[in-house]
Every structure is written in structure tokens, then in C-alpha cells.
Design a protein around this ligand. Structure first.
Ligand SMILES: *Cc1c(COP(=O)(O)O)cnc(C)c1O
Length: 415
């Protein structure tokens, strides 16, 4: 049962929450507590209106003229600069294009080219797997190149960074545990050894303040469909520090990175700035959805987001451990809020079934193999009372063993 004191305290926290007005701008089903905005952000109401306009007026009526008249051609750059504000990147260093996977490839390949004679890429064994798969792809194209992994080749990333390392690829926030890496310190370590660094911001852009320029980062990539709410499959972004742009070479040398794409020249002659990191024609309808999602972000103070994120996640840990502590859950995220992003993970032998039971009752988180239940906390639309209610449902699912119902053990393609 819900403790009266907890109920009164979450109500009071919601009353005084400075981010409270944002919730009304999102499309959220009444019967859902959405703890998966770290995987797919919800739609803002305004997005539907803008998508309709982009489809009917810009595409339907404007036709090819809209590349110029509706600003389509420049969208990757203009949206890149708007995301730049959230990740501490001055204008002209961020472009929205392609997928995070593809942008990892471009960044790693460019970094290898900037450190000729060095042969190694260092990454985390616990990275989001696509990061490692793309790194494998990069080394397969460069004779003698190697991939060294933390927790496979050494216990700590620092032990792997030496004068043979061209580039270090790190996830700012770990997708599974939510652990937050120290961007400034690790960037300095890489630079001290003469290496470059690529930060993957998929779980930090829109989740917490990021200061790429301040930390002297070289390259960064990230998603827009998670915390930034850009929509399913919305294009990703890539940041390249201005000081590297002219010398960094783009391995996917498509016409959108050409200095004069509409001169239709026979030879590739790259643009010198961030535009070069585009490859081909971008998905304009998805970019238009992202553009309207960013209208909200333009108004958001990332320090306020961080403060509420910590309060939400601290509350969730406390409530789960006090109420569900006897049911075999183990906290997988750092307990120290300064060392974690905006998600909380708990391990349980039957994590998959428990998560399916939660989802069937409208508490939507997700499962990551082999035994992690992951709960994302997104301060723009989550209330403190939602946290309390989610824990009420979790406690009930565990106490009644509702998760044992066999329909909850059927595995879907996407978890
Ligand atoms: C979600 C995520 C990705 C996804 O990459 P896509 O190419 O967009 O599918 C990559 N890296 C990390 C760390 C992620 O969390």
C-alpha cells in the first residue's frame, strides 16, 4: 500500500516543479506511465501539426521548390546548431544526418586519418553494441588497425590509452547501467597520450548538461529519437570540433558533403566545414518532426532538467528498495547521482517477464538482455507522482507474482 507520507510528499514536489508546464505539450496516453523516453521519446502535440504542414504544404504543394523555399536543404545545419546549444557546442560544429551508427563510422575513420602511424581504437566492452560493430568495420578498412576493449584487454580504459592509440570511443552514459563517464577528465587523458576522442551522447543529449567545447572534445555523435523526442528513426547528429574540420576526411564521400553539390562535378571536393559530414539526401519529413520537437528544447534549461532527473531517480531507488527490497532486485546503476545519467536499472532473474507484466499494466520501461529492467526518467513530462505509482505497480506485480502468467514470457523482436 502507498504510504500516506510518500503520497503527500510527491504531490508537494509536483506542485513546485518548475518544469511542470511542459508535460501538457506532449501526447501521452492517460493510462500510461512512460519510463522509456530514453529509448523512444513521445511526440509533442505540435509535431502532428508540423508533419501535416510539411507533407501537405511543403511536399504536396511546394514540391521541389521547398528545398529552397521551406529551408529543407539547410535543415541538417540549422537543427545541428539548435542541438548544439544543449550539448555545449558553438554553432557550425554540429550537423544532423544519418544514424548514430553511421556517424560513429565517420568519426572513427576521420580520427584514424588524423593520427597516421597509430593503429589502435580503444572502446568499452560494455558499449552499446553498434558502437563496437562500427569500430570493427572501421578497422577492417585500415591495414594493421586494432580494436582494444576495456574489460577485455584491460580492466580500465585508462590502462589502454598509450602512444599507439589513435582514438578513444566512449559512451557518455552507459545504455545499460546508466553510469556516467567523466567527459572532461577522460578527454584530457586521451589528449595527453596524443589520441583523439569520440563521445557517444545517445543517453546524455537532452538528459543532462553536456559541455563539448568546454571539455575540448574532438568528435561526438548522438541520437535524436531518445531524450530529444525527434520521432522513431529520426536522424542522428555528429559534432566535429571546428579546429579539426578542415583536416578531417569524411570516408562516406557523398555529394551532400561536396563543396558545390549542384555543380555536379566529376571529382569529390569536400566542403571545409561541418557540412562535409553529410553524405546523401536526408529524410526531410523526419527532420521536420525533429524541428518541431526542438521547439520545446529551445525553451529548456538543462540545469533544471538535471536537478529534476536526480530527484526523480533518487526517489525511484529509495521507493523500490524500501518497498520491493525482498523480491530479489539488485540496483545496477550507480547509487551516487553524480555518477549516473537519467535512467535506473535493476537486475532480476526474471527481468523479462516482470517488465512485460509492468507494460501490460501501463508502466512502460524496457528489458536489456540478459537480466536488466531499465527505467528512463525524462523530466519534461514525468511527475513525481508517476514514480510513486510505478513503484506501486511494481510492488504489486512482484508480491502477487503476476509476472508468472505465461503470456509474459513470449519474446518479441524488439525488447
Ligand atoms: C541508441 C544508441 C545507438 C543507436 O544507434 P542507431 O544507429 O541510431 O541505431 C547507438 N549508440 C548508443 C550508445 C545508443 O544508446
Amino acid at each position: 500500500m502507498t504510504d500516506e507520507a510518500d503520497r503527500a510528499s510527491v504531490d508537494a514536489m509536483d506542485e513546485t516543479d518548475p518544469l511542470r508546464p511542459f508535460r501538457a505539450r506532449f501526447e501521452l496516453p492517460e493510462d500510461v506511465i512512460y519510463l522509456d523516453g530514453n529509448s523512444l521519446g513521445p511526440a509533442a502535440h505540435f509535431v502532428f501539426h508540423e508533419l501535416e504542414k510539411a507533407a501537405r504544404e511543403e511536399w504536396g504543394n511546394g514540391l521541389i521548390r521547398s528545398w529552397n523555399s521551406a529551408g529543407w536543404f539547410d535543415l541538417p545545419m540549422t537543427l545541428g546548431d539548435r542541438i548544439g546549444r544543449l550539448i555545449g557546442a558553438a554553432p557550425g560544429q554540429t550537423v544532423v544526418c544519418d544514424t548514430t551508427s553511421i556517424n560513429i563510422y565517420k568519426a572513427l575513420h576521420a580520427a584514424m586519418g588524423l593520427r597516421p602511424g597509430r593503429t589502435a581504437i580503444v572502446a568499452e566492452g560494455g558499449s552499446f553494441p553498434t558502437d563496437l560493430y562500427m569500430a570493427e568495420g572501421v578497422i577492417s578498412t585500415i591495414p594493421g588497425a586494432r580494436l582494444l576493449l576495456e574489460s577485455v584487454d584491460a580492466a580500465r580504459i585508462e590502462e589502454l590509452i598509450d602512444d599507439q592509440v589513435a582514438v578513444v570511443l566512449l559512451n557518455h552514459v552507459n545504455y545499460k547501467s546508466g553510469e556516467l563517464r567523466d567527459m572532461a577528465a577522460l578527454t584530457r587523458k586521451a589528449h595527453d597520450a596524443g589520441a583523439l576522442i569520440v563521445w557517444d551522447l545517445c543517453h546524455s543529449a537532452g538528459a543532462l548538461p553536456v559541455d563539448l567545447d568546454g571539455a575540448n572534445v574532438d568528435f561526438a555523435v548522438g541520437c535524436t529519437y531518445k531524450y530529444l523526442n525527434g520521432g522513431p528513426g529520426a536522424p542522428a547528429f555528429i559534432y566535429v570540433a571546428e579546429r579539426l574540420q578542415a583536416d578531417a576526411s569524411q570516408p562516406l564521400s557523398g555529394w551532400w558533403g561536396h563543396a558545390r553539390p549542384f555543380a555536379f562535378e566529376t571529382r569529390y571536393d569536400p566542403e571545409q566545414g561541418i557540412r562535409k559530414f553529410q553524405c546523401g539526401t536526408q529524410p526531410i519529413l523526419s527532420l521536420r518532426a525533429l524541428k518541431s520537437a526542438l521547439e520545446i528544447w529551445d525553451e529548456v534549461d538543462m540545469d533544471a532538467v538535471r536537478e529534476k532527473s536526480i530527484a526523480l531517480t533518487d526517489l525511484f531507488i529509495r521507493l523500490v528498495e524500501t518497498r520491493c527490497g525482498s523480491f530479489g532486485l539488485t540496483l545496477e546503476s550507480p547509487r551516487d547521482a553524480s555518477r549516473r545519467g537519467s535512467q535506473i536499472s535493476f537486475a532480476h532473474d526474471r527481468a523479462y517477464e516482470i517488465m512485460q507484466a509492468l507494460i501490460s499494466r501501463g508502466v512502460i520501461g524496457d528489458f536489456r538482455a540478459p537480466a536488466t529492467m531499465r527505467f528512463g526518467f525524462t523530466p519534461l513530462y514525468l511527475r513525481y507522482r508517476d514514480v510513486l505509482q510505478a513503484v506501486d505497480v511494481l510492488e504489486d506485480v512482484l508480491r502477487t507474482e503476476a509476472w508468472k502468467d505465461e503470456r509474459f514470457s513470449v519474446k518479441a523482436a524488439v525488447t
